[in-house]
Design a protein around this ligand. Sequence first.
Ligand code: C2E
Ligand code: MG
Ligand code: MG
Ligand code: MG
Length: 292
Amino acid sequence: RAKQDGRGIYRFFTPEMQARSGRHLELVNALRYALERNQLHVVYQPQMSLITGKIIGSEALLRWTHPELGSISPAEFIPVAEETGLILAIGEWVLRSAVSQTKAWHEQGWADLSIAVNLSAIQFRHTDLPGTVSRILQESQLAATYLELELTEGVAMIDPPGAIAIMNDLHLRGVRMSIDDFGTGYSSLSYLKKFKVSKLKIDQSFVRDINSDPEDKAIVSAVISMAKSLGLQTIAEGVETEEQLTFLHQQHCDEVQGYYFARPLAPVQFAQFMLDNKNLVSKANADVTSSL
Ligand code: C2E
Ligand code: MG
Ligand code: MG
Ligand code: MG
């Protein structure tokens, strides 16, 4: 229903929109206290190498459980964190948690686990990102080579010269970078040449119907072969079935991540997963080889 206000401007308010803005305000207010009230935690989703069949590490994914609102998806609250600037504090906290957890796993004997951490464009533009990253690695005594920062195409496109300088700096410090959700953004492919990324994460929207949709098939094989010729690694996200895994293996995708292997896990569950799957990994291999 349109309502005319005094100045001849039509305003549209549906009940859903009012509810949404009410919810939005609620989230803005609640998120301010989420960190100090210990409502945030990080879960870890295993990543597998299709070359060695080993668990190579995990991706850190943020979770928010509010006492009244329940569990809120990062797809909903990360944008709120970005627009309020809270993403700087929260993002640094995620990085610190993930790095120190990974160091703890190293000390428990899983000494070659990597950790991939999602970065928001806003953190990336924060001038001291390389310094912050180095300081956090230093605090935990984790070597930079175990850290991978996941950037979206948008991060790099906001300010290409600035992005190149920051990426060069991070690269010199030994930190690896990957492009998350690859293929869903609006960027030009030429940045792959200029940016110091080492890996492309093939978005799950291309993986989902990989076994039934010829176009998704074509896109995924094209991305993998382009990455190969540029000397970049590939990881496919959202792998849920053995058929998807087999196709990705045949196309020489380097790594996979998805519910087929594991959901994002709390640290204790992740450690249990490592213990249980000294051979899930060989099972993954066996699945792959038996279906070839
Ligand atoms: P993303 O980085 O692309 O993460 C992958 C998402 O896919 C995660 O959703 C993960 O739980 C989900 N996923 C993994 N395997 C499967 C699968 O087999 N099937 C399906 N259907 N989904 C799968 P999640 O955890 O809800 O995170 C959503 C997005 O929120 C992330 O997408 C990322 O963009 C953002 N996000 C999460 N944590 C952080 C963070 O610490 N910082 C920032 N800046 N963004 C974050
Ligand atoms: Mg990611
Ligand atoms: Mg992704
Ligand atoms: Mg995604």
